[in-house]
Every structure is written in structure tokens, then in C-alpha cells.
Design a protein. Structure first.
Length: 224
């Protein structure tokens, strides 16, 4: 089963993707993580995208489509892909459809995570990430444990993302509404769109997504 988690920055896509990896053996493909990895390891690609990411702008379609193509082609048989932060433009969405087609696969659902903008700003400015394993913490909803160690890997190296500041967030939100939100209509028209209320706590959102994946939600039958 292949799905897209779609939503603005801070909607909780990464957190839910990690839960699905754990619980269902799915493969998370996060273009944001791939690009941060390239940046941290100082590759030529990383140098090229660092400034764009810090400003909260989108990198070119060509770069992220190439990254996704490589990962899809090298992935073995697994529990399916979770696309997290990809696609973000209509051109990327078209390319993803073609890529999946070329390996005889298709998308099963596009899950839109709805969260209002004020909650996003509060969430993002409170967010920190384990520098070792990438587990996401939040000063409000999921504070770093009292012993200062990551619950997943035990490391004590917590970081704020360079682009988790108000100015960059404003730009990221604008990019989302201008370039990514049109994908909601695109996937609705293909009969793939499902919506969850992303404002609930992590367990509540996890359950809403599970109901969709297990076929418990009411499906919209308007396949294009
Ligand atoms: P994320 O971790 O998904 O919030 O992504 C962080 C940043 O990486 C974004 O603000 C963009 O600069 C870049 N990025 C990640 N995914 C994409 C994508 N699919 N298309 C263009 N830029 C992306």
C-alpha cells in the first residue's frame, strides 16, 4: 500500500510516518530528511539547497524527483511507501504517478492532515528533533524526557531545525498554499483524497489514519 501524507509544515506528517514505519513496516520517503541529510554530509547537492531550505523556499522539482526516483528504484519489497513532504507541486505529483506506474505500482490513498495556521506556528516554534535518530519532540505536546535522553535511541543531542523560525515558517506556509494546496483538488479528482483532523493528539491522529488504511472510513467513489 502506497500513501501520501499531505499537509502544511507542522501538521505532523513526519511523526505519523514514523508510527506507520514502526507499526506496519512501511518505508518512509521524506524529501526533507533526504535534503537535510545531503546538507549535513556536505555534498554538492547539500550546498546547493542549504540556502533555499533555510529561507523556506522549495527546491527545484528536478532535484526532488531524482531523489525519489533513486529511492523507489532501490527499495526492495516492503510494506509500501509513505511519501512525506513529497509531492509538493503538480509537476511532482505527475512525476510520482509516472514513477509508480513504471514499477507496476499505484497510490492507494492521499491523506490530508488539516491543522489551522495558528496551531502550526505554535507547534513549529516549539519543535526539536533528536540529532541522532530524528525522533520529533515538542515543548508543548511531547517534551524531551526529564533525563535529557531520547526515548527511542538514548542520545542526548537535541536540535532545532534551521528553518523552524517564524520568518521561514511564514514563507513555507505561503509556498504550501500557493504550490502544494492545489494537490488537494488534484487527488480529490482522482478519488484518492482522505482527510484527517490533525489537531488532535498524536494517538488520535494515528487512529484516524489507521481507520483509513484499514478501510474503516467512508470511501469517496469518484475515481477519475
Ligand atoms: P520538510 O522537512 O518536508 O518540511 O522540508 C524542508 C524543506 O526541504 C522545505 O522547506 C523545502 O525547502 C525542501 N523540500 C522538501 N521536500 C520538498 C519537495 N518535495 N519539493 C521542494 N522542496 C522540498
Amino acid at each position: 500500500m502506497n500513501i501520501i501524507l499531505l499537509g502544511p509544515p507542522g501538521a505532523g506528517k513526519g511523526t505519523q510516518a514514523r508510527i506507520l514505519v514502526e507499526s506496519r513496516g512501511m518505508v518512509q520517503l521524506s524529501t526533507g530528511d533526504m535534503l537535510r541529510g545531503a546538507k549535513d554530509s556536505g555534498t554538492e547537492l547539500g550546498d546547493r539547497v542549504a540556502g533555499i531550505m533555510a529561507r523556506g523556499e522549495l527546491v527545484t522539482d528536478e532535484i526532488v524527483i531524482d531523489l525519489i526516483r533513486e529511492r523507489i528504484e532501490s527499495a526492495g519489497e516492503g510494506g509500501g511507501f509513505i511519501f512525506d513532504g513529497f509531492p509538493r507541486t503538480l509537476a511532482q505529483a505527475d512525476a510520482l504517478g509516472e514513477l509508480l506506474d513504471s514499477i507496476g505500482q499505484h497510490l492507494d490513498a492521499v491523506i490530508e492532515m488539516q491543522v489551522d495556521d495558528e496551531a502550526l506556528v505554535a507547534r513549529i516554534t516549539a519543535r526539536s528533533v533528536c540529532g541522532n535518530c530524528g525522533e520529533v519532540y515538542n515543548d508543548i505536546t511531547r517534551p524531551i524526557p526529564d533525563d535529557g535522553k531520547c526515548e527511542v535511541c538514548g542520545a542526548s543531542d537535541f536540535r532545532r531545525r534551521a528553518d523552524d523560525n517564524e520568518e521561514s515558517l511564514r514563507k513555507r506556509l505561503m509556498e504550501y498554499y500557493k504550490k502544494t494546496a492545489p494537490l488537494i483538488g488534484y487527488y480529490y479528482a482522482k478519488g484518492l483524497l482522505r482527510t484527517v483532523d490533525g489537531l488532535g493528539d498524536i494517538g488520535n491522529v494515528r487512529d484516524q489514519i489507521a481507520a483509513i488504511l484499514d478501510g474503516g472510513d467512508e470511501r469517496r467513489e469518484i475515481r477519475a
